[in-house]
Design a binder for this molecule. Structure first.
Ligand SMILES: Cc1ncc(COP(=O)(O)O)c(C=O)c1O
Length: 462
């Protein structure tokens, strides 16, 4: 435990009394530490975490320009929930909602609603809850016995864990449409077999976390349209666009996946993914207030005004919202498009390099979303695995995950690169060189042992 050593406050950091000891872990130190020394010690403690920009495992933003960092640092103390205290911040938040509504082609004749969240997980919870409450109200009106069965949510088995959490927290049956080698996104041939009167909604994923593949939301919309024409219980679609909803509008604006499709009632995204903001911001919008039951909108009055809120969380810093607005203003539509096109070009170069080795089968080449995903060909005839390749790349500073696909595809091990805006051309070239060197090194390695049945997850947490 630290002891006060006032005389040493002015000595160089590496000569300080505190730097001669381990950092406290189990109990808080009794005496204070000089801020300069505390800063250095904490910074040093984080030294072996790897370089965020070489982390191709995360979807989350790892670079913002200095002016963005500055405005975010200067607004860290603002509490986003204090909308009456910080009305200009609240206004920036609703401007972001307006811009997203425009980007996602909300219909002028409807009354969209939306809010910022901590990330897509909170946004998905809100989207799911809105579907559940709306289903329950409608089911009661239709005379359905709502206690006879658990309500259910239909989604492909490539869902992100937030949907499992949603179903556990809110007591919903998670109905998974299985993936297969032929259907690496939602299988539209069978999805409607999973729907019944107790279905609160179907989730379409614009950017499956595991592979980057897109669900075919347009076909899903048509299927739902047909279903709704012949059933009392109206089924709706929520689009989990955690990554795609801030990418596709700029890069493939013609692709119909959003509010242009009448049965898509809500969309979420992560501002901290292709919205290009540091972690801590997500968004959800409903195409019309009809799809956000009133029970979920709370009136907060004790902060000095009356403000509607629809968040699970309460207090958090507004700086990420301000960072999002900064980006919208700074880049504009064209800027986002240029950044994303460049990122896509980097991803396409990487998938081409992967394909040229002849060893891998590509699942996603980065054209829809800059995610490159592949497996080792069955006849690759190498002694190493994707886990070994991940280790080799890590020796060169790159964090690249290898992991099994979910559920029924659990025997398929894949590797994924998430390309982001800060992966410059020089880094793409460096990665390609490191990849071919790593393969060469593995081909020449002699001591390898593998327990054949081991399928583990290496660096995949998103
Ligand atoms: C499809 C999908 N949904 C939801 C999430 C959760 O997002 P967040 O980290 O913003 O909570 C992710 C994260 O990777 C995702 O890929």
């Amino acid at each position: 435990m630290f002891k006060t050593n006032v005389e040493q406050n002015n000595v160089p950091v590496f000569g300080s009394f505190e730097s001669g000891q381990d950092l406290p872990e189990k109990r808080m130190n009794k005496e204070s530490v000089d801020p300069r020394i505390a800063y250095q010690l904490v910074k040093d403690q984080l030294i072996d975490e790897g370089s965020a920009r070489q982390n191709l495992a995360t979807f989350c933003q790892t670079y913002m320009e200095p002016e963005a960092e500055q405005i975010m640092a200067e607004t860290m103390e603002k509490n986003a929930i204090d909308k009456s205290e910080y009305p200009q911040t609240a206004k920036l938040e609703s401007s972001c909602v307006n811009m997203l509504a425009d980007l996602w082609n909300a219909d002028d004749s409807e009354h969209y609603m939306g809010t910022s969240t901590v990330g897509s997980s909170e946004a998905c919870m809100l989207g799911g809850m809105a579907m559940k409450f709306r289903w329950r109200n409608a089911a009661r009106e239709n005379g359905l016995d709502i206690n006879a069965k658990k309500p259910n949510l239909v989604i492909s088995s490539g869902y992100q864990v937030c949907w499992e959490k949603f179903c556990v927290y809110w007591d919903i049956e998670l109905r998974e449409v299985p993936m297969s080698e032929d259907h690496l996104s939602i299988n539209t041939d069978i999805v409607m077999d999973y729907v019944d009167d107790y279905t609160i909604g179907i989730v379409g994923i614009l950017g499956i976390t595991y592979t980057g593949k897109f669900d075919d939301i347009k076909t899903l919309n048509d299927l739902v349209e047909d279903y709704n024409n012949t059933h009392d219980n109206e089924v709706v679609i929520h689009v989990d666009g955690a990554s795609g909803a801030m990418f596709t509008p700029f890069v493939d604006p013609e692709l119909e996946w959003d509010f242009r499709l009448p049965n898509v009632v809500s969309i979420n995204t992560s501002g901290h993914k292709y919205g290009l903001v540091y972690p801590g911001v997500g968004w959800i919008l409903w195409r019309d207030k009809e799809y956000l039951p009133e029970e979920l909108v709370f009136d907060v009055s004790y902060l000095g005004g009356h403000m509607p809120t629809m968040a699970i969380n309460f207090s958090r810093s507004a700086s990420q919202i301000i960072g999002q607005y900064y980006n919208f203003l700074r880049f504009g539509y064209d800027g986002y498009r240029q950044i994303h096109m460049r990122t896509r070009d980097g991803a396409l170069q990487l998938s081409q390099a992967v394909a040229e080795t002849g060893l891998f089968e590509i699942y996603n080449d980065g054209d829809n979303l800059p995610i490159v995903c592949y497996k080792l060909k069955d006849d690759a005839n190498v002694e190493w695995t994707l886990y070994d390749l991940a280790d080799r790349l890590q020796m060169k500073g790159w964090q690249v995950p290898a992991y099994p696909l979910p559920k029924e595809m659990g025997n398929t091990i894949i590797q994924r690169y998430v390309c982001r805006g800060d992966l410059g051309q020089n880094m793409v070239t460096a990665f390609k060189n490191d990849l071919s060197e790593s393969i060469e090194e593995l081909n020449n390695a002699h001591i390898l042992y593998h327990d054949v049945n081991t399928s583990k997850t290496h660096g995949f947490t998103h």
